[in-house]
Design a protein around this ligand. Sequence first.
Ligand code: UD1
Ligand code: MG
Length: 490
Amino acid sequence: METLINVLILAAGLGTRMKSRRAKVLHRAGGMPLIEHVVGTALELAPPGQVTVVIGHQAEEVRQAVARYGVRFALQAEQRGTGHAVMAAREALRGAGGLLVVLYGDCPLLRAETLRRLVELHQGSGAAATVITTVLEDPTGYGRILADAEGNLEAIVEEKAATPEQRAIREINSGIYCFEATLLWKHLDEIGNDNPAGEYYLTDIIAIFRRHGYKVRTFRLEDSLQVLGINNRIELAAADRILREAKLREVLLAGVTVERPETVTIDRPVRIGIDTLVEPFAQILGETSIGENCRIGAGAIVRDSRLGDGVEIGPYTIVNRSVLEDGARAGPFARLRLENHLEAGAAVGNFVELKKARLGRRSKALHLAYLGDASIEEQVNIGAGTITCNYDGVAKHPTTIRRGAFVGSNATLVAPLEIGEGSYVGAGSVITEPVPAEALALGRARQVVKEGWARRRRERLGAARAEVGGSTAADSAARPASAPETPRSG
Ligand code: UD1
Ligand code: MG
């Protein structure tokens, strides 16, 4: 029979050294909260029903961050140390024998492969516990490993409690352990809080096991980076950089061209298809998926969005929680603010803002427009400067524009409103009433032309100036030599 493996992740602490009002494990690296990285790793070792997260500080927020994975939670109402946090999970894990792998929620670079090796090594060893250790150039802040040459562990001493000689030890405790569960639960309460911090240190269990004559082993990891514990924002920035570099390598090896990759930000959950081009300073964030052969322009920000194949996002365009089907185009300088959907071949151009707008196949709004709460069918042309007036100061209202309609430049569409199939809206119109299919709607003042008015005005002003001493050089430079052309209508 296979050994039962439970994983316990300690994530109840505040993280004082972060100097933050937010719980440490909620801080993000590689575009994901620290705790989410650790839960993801744990889930490669055990199913969600066997992964328990100890929460306490900002318990609800931490729970929310990972609840969707279906893991279990235990509450540590007061945070009195890592040993105390394990005690808080006793109820949740009662009766579970087998192995208990304990991890800390501030260790985002750990790989599942390492956990599997830990379990393998432990199982053959006959030890009560196996601890992952590593040797650091600068071990400051970590618990130090007191072990013999064969890797038999005697004790872990925390920095605060260590003697100067112990502090000189460079082999440190990673905070990742594999325990024989029954032995851990049997002796856990022997951990006291008689130390400078007055905390219940989980690390004290090692000396306790030794006192009872159990063997404890170390598993010394060469790759120290994996066990980097995030305690301050310098370490957070370091973890972020490592995670992003790893993501970039993954994306490049998967067939994506990234120009000046050191300037590009790609979050860990992002997926990108082959032959897509990502230009400098682009940011691709959150749960975004991008198809093949797309272009993400310089400085564009794409977040939580789904892009099909051959989609083009021009430079400095923001796409948030939106869907762009195959061949759709947005930007440069467009803002797809929230929940938009561009069907295949639809296009929005510069200085167009969309909010909850849907554009049907091959519909276009190429310049200077705001389209909000708008449902636009296929092959519609939205002229430059078109505005949907979707908000009356109290409620939002929808605009529907049917297939093949042509909305002239600078139209003001006062919602709720429907513009019929194949109809025209004259440029500069304020449209407040429904427009029937195939109609032309005009809602603007009729143009008036007064022949010769400008010339007469200049002559009148000239005569008046002459009376008070003649016009200055600046006056004559400011006005055209001949009468202006009659303005054309839009
Ligand atoms: C801990 C270890 C240290 C090790 C280092 C590795 C102890 C006593 N020390 O120190 O030996 O070298 O990790 O990174 O275990 N937590 C709770 N409840 C609490 C206190 C902490 O859930 O009451 C959680 C925190 O949220 C955090 C984790 O436990 O995710 C570790 O706590 P932290 O304060 O970061 O311990 P370190 O000082 O780093
Ligand atoms: Mg830590």
